[in-house]
Ligand binder design. Structure first.
Ligand SMILES: [Zn+2]
Length: 201
């Protein structure tokens, strides 16, 4: 049998690419914070007693973050290495989808929003409305918010990737941390692809 290009859905190359421009030119930026125990006699500082690692994977062509990819740290035979993995319930929708722009409101309890003024307000309101999706996956533009006794109504324009209007609605509903109301939902065209490789026509 003749071999075909190993690029069907489910292989590494179908998800290991930028979800916007499909470039495979990616890098991981790691923010590492460690606490090392110090040996009082030798001064040697080794074996982190505590560590925090946060990785953001970015496309070198369009410079966007890649929320459908995560970096996992492994330890094998005392050697450490990292590998990029797909976020299972997200990558197919984002890589194969198109951008959808929703005009919507989410109503949340005011204690779900850390701060609604100052430089942190936009992020804090986006997180209050959609959790991690609001700050890491979607492009969330908070237009304004209104206080209604102990609730906050957050008015936003949200861009997300999905394969259909139904899927976009489901994702927004799943992410919303309070009652969601979508006033409009429109499909946009995909940004241009960085390179035309194997499976693109
Ligand atoms: Zn890109």
């Amino acid at each position: 049998m003749e071999g075909s290009a190993p690029d069907s859905v489910g292989t590494v190359s179908s998800w290991l690419r930028c979800y916007r421009c499909w470039s495979t030119n990616l890098e991981a930026q790691i923010h590492y914070e460690g606490v090392l125990k110090i040996d009082a006699t030798t001064g040697e500082a080794a074996d982190p007693v505590d560590e925090v690692q946060e990785a953001v994977i970015q496309c070198l062509d369009c410079l966007h973050d890649q929320p459908h990819l995560s970096l996992t740290l492994y330890e094998e035979d005392g050697r450490r290495f990292s590998r990029v993995e797909a976020v299972e319930d997200r990558w197919e929708r984002m890589v194969a989808g198109t951008p959808w722009v929703a005009s919507c409101t989410v109503t949340v309890d005011s204690d779900q929003v850390e701060t609604c003024s100052g430089p942190e307000a936009a992020d804090s309101l986006a997180f209050g409305a959609f959790g991690d999706h609001g700050t890491r996956e979607f492009f969330t533009h908070v237009r304004f918010h209104k206080h209604d006794s102990d609730q906050i109504v957050i008015h936003m324009l949200v861009e997300l990737y999905a394969r259909s209007a139904e899927e976009a609605t489901e994702v927004l509903e799943g992410a919303a941390r309070g009652p969601l109301s979508i006033t409009s939902l429109a499909e946009e065209s995909r940004p241009p692809a960085a390179t035309l490789d194997d499976d693109a026509h």
